[in-house]
Design a binder for this molecule. Structure first.
Ligand code: SOE
Length: 385
């Protein structure tokens, strides 16, 4: 067996995304024949005690309490950014300038200007840069892309994309960082709307060229949290603070190939936990996907109704590396696939997909949605409320 080059990985952040990325770095080599051998060298977080505990649990060899130290280390060739959006640009640009490869959580940044600076840094750097839109690596979504690419759906006319969650329906749910504009950039729009924009663009091979939008913040004040952690931040006392992001964003758009698209991203879809859905209608056929049944793709061809493809066959994207047919994959596998694809791109010296430029394209759509929603002249009143 040939000796593979070892690449040291340094990860910044260890909350929800840090945990799923860690398991992907740990497992990718056990299931895929990787061109490079990742070594989980160092984890960075602010508190020495909490970062050390996370590193021991998640499998990182060492810790730093300042991400700048991580970026300086010679045993780190890849920097994986799992922090809130307000630090993505600074960390990514520093890492690229230090000659590292960068994997950055989505959305790429909090503003278009930051995302542009990141793309510029990536263009002039030796390292490769990828934005972590993990749903591209759901086997059923990758299969959907394959079907569209093969022309099986014909000309694409409609895209209906939704990302429905309900984790903040309770008005007592605390004001965690995802509900603060200075940390997260936007709310449901950037957090989960970004995923459906990327998924729609990826599957159709087209991009959004114009939008018209409505956004809403249903619960405007929330209890201040004891900790600002993730999706389960614990409630505080009686003090409250303002929610400064959208709870829901709905928009319609036109795609570059002429299709009409509708998008809905909300954290108020009571009962829907992680329903990333997409339906595409073309001149020859249609397909439909719902992440809550992520091993299934529904396809209509030849003028008939929808039939189910169970996406667990070895010739389906990524599946051959895993279990026998019918045994199914989960959320975490999408990140393992992401790591595999990222390492292959690095080894080939190619731009990973999605690149920072793809992330910027999504960022521009997010900004356009916010501009459209803020422009009341584009909203036709039927009745004053
Ligand atoms: C929270 O809405 C969240 O964790 C997103 O930030 C992730 O990107 C998504 O995959 C699951 O939900």
């Amino acid at each position: 067996m040939s000796e593979r080059t070892t690449v040291g990985v340094g990860m910044v952040g260890y909350a929800f995304m840090g945990r799923v990325h860690s398991q992907a770095w740990r497992n990718a080599g056990a299931f895929f024949d990787l061109p490079l051998a990742p070594r989980m060298a160092v984890l960075a977080g602010r508190s020495k005690e909490r970062t050390s505990a996370a590193a021991a649990r998640l499998g990182w060899a060492d810790v730093e309490t300042d991400w700048r130290e991580l970026v300086r280390r010679d045993d780190v060739q890849i920097v994986d950014i799992c922090t809130p959006g307000d630090s993505h640009a600074e960390i990514a640009i520093a890492a690229l300038r230090a000659g590292k490869h960068v994997l950055c959580e989505k959305p790429l940044a909090n503003t278009v200007a930051e995302a542009e600076a990141m793309v510029e840094a990536a263009a002039g750097a030796p390292g490769r840069a990828m934005v972590a839109f993990n749903y591209r690596r759901v086997p059923a979504i990758a299969l959907a892309r394959r079907l569209v690419e093969e022309g099986r759906l014909g000309e694409i006319r409609h895209v209906r994309a939704q990302y429905l969650q309900d984790w903040i329906v309770d008005p007592e749910f605390p004001l965690v960082w995802r509900l603060q504009k200075d940390k997260a950039g936007s709310g449901a729009l950037g957090d989960i709307g970004a995923h459906i924009i990327d998924t729609a663009q990826f599957v159709t091979g087209q991009h959004v060229v114009g939008v018209s939008a409505l956004t809403e913040t249903f619960v405007k004040e929330r209890p201040l949290p004891e900790s600002s952690a993730g999706l389960s931040g614990s409630g505080g006392g009686s003090a409250t603070g303002p929610v400064t992001v959208d709870d829901a964003a709905l928009f319609i758009g036109r795609l570059s190939g002429g299709a009409l698209a509708s998008f809905e991203a909300t954290r108020f879809a009571t009962g829907r936990k992680n329903a990333l859905r997409i339906e595409i209608n073309g001149s020859l056929g249609s397909l439909a996907f719902d992440f809550e049944a992520m091993n299934e793709l529904w396809v209509s061809e030849g003028g008939g109704g929808f039939t189910r493809i169970l996406v667990t066959e070895p010739d389906h994207p990524y599946v051959g590396a895993w279990w026998p047919p019918g045994h199914g994959l989960g959320y975490e596998h999408t990140f393992t696939h992401e790591i595999k694809d990222f390492l292959e791109a690095i080894a080939e010296g190619a731009d990973p997909s999605p690149s920072f430029a793809d992330g910027l394209r999504v960022q521009r759509v997010l900004a356009a949605v916010e501009r459209s929603a803020a422009d009341s002249s584009r909203y036709t009143v039927v009745e004053e409320t």
